[in-house]
Design a protein around this ligand. Structure first.
Ligand code: IPD
Ligand code: CA
Length: 262
């Protein structure tokens, strides 16, 4: 794939994330907060998730008929050119009338994420990155924070019911024992974008799915951040643990989390 073909995909990811996010916003503004189904324990599904994923995969199939798609709701298959889509990340927020959610679109070339677009329609922020081309929010360059003192750091610690609560509590304990503060915003994709934007100093979670991670990962790396290898152990298909942070905190944070490979 040429640089030009990658540029076209970057622009398409940004445009489609915006279009899909605007649809998500209309759903959000008109639906009754608190009406949703569960597809698993604490795993929320709304009618908007399926509709938006179909919109995104439809647009991508029209524009790039040779590429494949993998979506949170519809599944799919990987190829040398794959789009990985989370139609609404932060679904539990969305379903309860909390405005912190986004559409996340990543493009994976030869097994490596190279483009990410994350659009948060309620704040109107488009986070975007292209491997080797930097990261931006609404066109302004993004840079991870300059924090070097872990006792001044804010780390987002994600949670899902895919891992036992005892393990989550142990991770939280280890992170806060460093002196860092923590939060959980409920959208892993935005959590990573916020690290890229310097709004959090790091993000960690015991297990995340590829559609929650890949777009934000490109952003964190392009914004100068450090990331644990998400692609190890078939992470692209099975998901994996996630740890990213500003480089000045890597030595204090990474070993303390217990997430580094043994
Ligand atoms: C979840 C959110 C959450 C993260 C979980 C994800 P969903 O995705 O990103 O913040 O901690 O790992 O599964 O259910 O909102 O699409
Ligand atoms: Ca998600």
């Amino acid at each position: 794939m040429t640089d030009h073909e990658l540029d076209i995909r970057y622009l398409a990811a940004c445009a489609i994330a915006r279009e899909a996010g605007d649809v998500a916003r209309r759903f959000f503004e008109t639906r009754e907060a608190g009406t949703f189904q569960l597809k698993g324990h604490q795993d929320v599904l709304t009618e908007a998730d399926g509709a938006i994923e179909r919109l995104v995969t439809g647009r991508l199939a029209e524009a790039f008929p040779g590429d494949t798609c993998v979506g949170e709701e519809g599944g799919g298959r990987y190829s040398a050119a794959t789009w990985v889509i989370d139609p609404i990340d932060g679904t539990a927020n969305f379903a309860r009338g909390v405005a912190h959610f986004c559409v996340s679109i990543a493009f994976v070339r030869d097994g490596r994420p190279v483009v990410g677009a994350i659009y948060a329609p309620m704040s109107g922020e488009l986070f975007a990155a292209r491997r080797g081309g930097g990261a931006s929010v609404n066109g302004h360059p993004m840079r991870v924070s300059a924090t070097t003192d872990i006792r001044q750091a804010m780390i987002e610690v994600g949670w899902s019911a895919r891992r036992p609560m005892t393990d989550h509590l142990a991770l939280l304990q280890r992170v806060t024992a460093t002196g860092a503060g923590f939060r959980r915003g409920g959208s892993g994709a935005l959590g990573l974008a916020y690290v890229a934007a310097g709004r959090s100093d790091g993000y960690c979670e015991l297990h995340m799915q590829p559609w929650d991670v890949l777009a934000g990962l490109v952003m964190v790396e392009e914004a100068g951040g450090w990331a644990l290898d998400f692609l190890a152990d078939d992470g692209l298909k099975q998901g994996n643990r996630v740890l990213v942070c500003t480089p000045g905190l890597k030595d204090a944070l990474a070993p303390a989390t217990g997430l580094l490979p043994k």
